[in-house]
Design a protein around this ligand. Sequence first.
Ligand SMILES: O=P(O)(O)O[C@H]1O[C@H](CO)[C@@H](O)[C@H]1O
Ligand SMILES: O=c1cc[nH]c(=O)[nH]1
Length: 235
Amino acid sequence: MSTHINAAKLGDIAETILLPGDPLRAKFIAENYLESPKLYNEIRGMLGYTGTYKGVPVSVQGTGMGMPSMGIYSWELITEYKVQNLIRIGTAGSFHEDIKIKDLVVGVAASTDSNYIHAFNVPGTYAPCASYKLLSKVRDASEKLNIPFKAGNIVSCDVFYEFGDWWKKWADMGILAVEMEAAALYMNAAYNRVNALAMMTISDHFVTGERSTSEERQQSFTDMMELALEMAVDL
Ligand SMILES: O=P(O)(O)O[C@H]1O[C@H](CO)[C@@H](O)[C@H]1O
Ligand SMILES: O=c1cc[nH]c(=O)[nH]1
């Protein structure tokens, strides 16, 4: 029914959706956390499922890597399938010693080096930010489940393999971490007046050079998924 999610019809996708970059992570979440998950999209292998969590309909959709890809999926989910609450669950690289591997970071705002913002033709510098409603819900879920997170400005970059010390300038401005999609998600959500939030597990570290092991990743992703699902049932 839409160009890139055309296996679904209106109503097949829940009002609240979790958005991992990796479609196989979408499959893992659907199969391990959702009740009665139904696959609604396989176009380009970008898997999307709808099921229920604690009786509440929830969808999970892979978005791919980078802002063009996130831009396409989030736009179609919002405009064609009337999704209202979009929660990115991804990975990020930390810029600060006190934000460690496995920590959860929530992007209150997402600075960016991307031209994605030019599509909106605003006469100034737009500041992509998370919805306050979802920020409140993630704080509530964090307290309930005792899963802490750090919140602040992150940066969504177009280039994964960048050279030199580029990141230090962002770190000097208090940017917590880097990933590659949140700013586009926040812009699409703002333009269409829906709610978006990006939360990421720190998978690698620019200061220490550390990278998480697969075991550590599994555990920390579990925390992120549980937090996102707890939010999803309270919207
Ligand atoms: O784990 P995901 O959600 O894909 O997020 C991060 O990982 C990818 C890069 O490896 C980029 O998409 C970045 O934003
Ligand atoms: O975009 C990303 C994600 C994880 N780690 C990085 O360094 N960059």
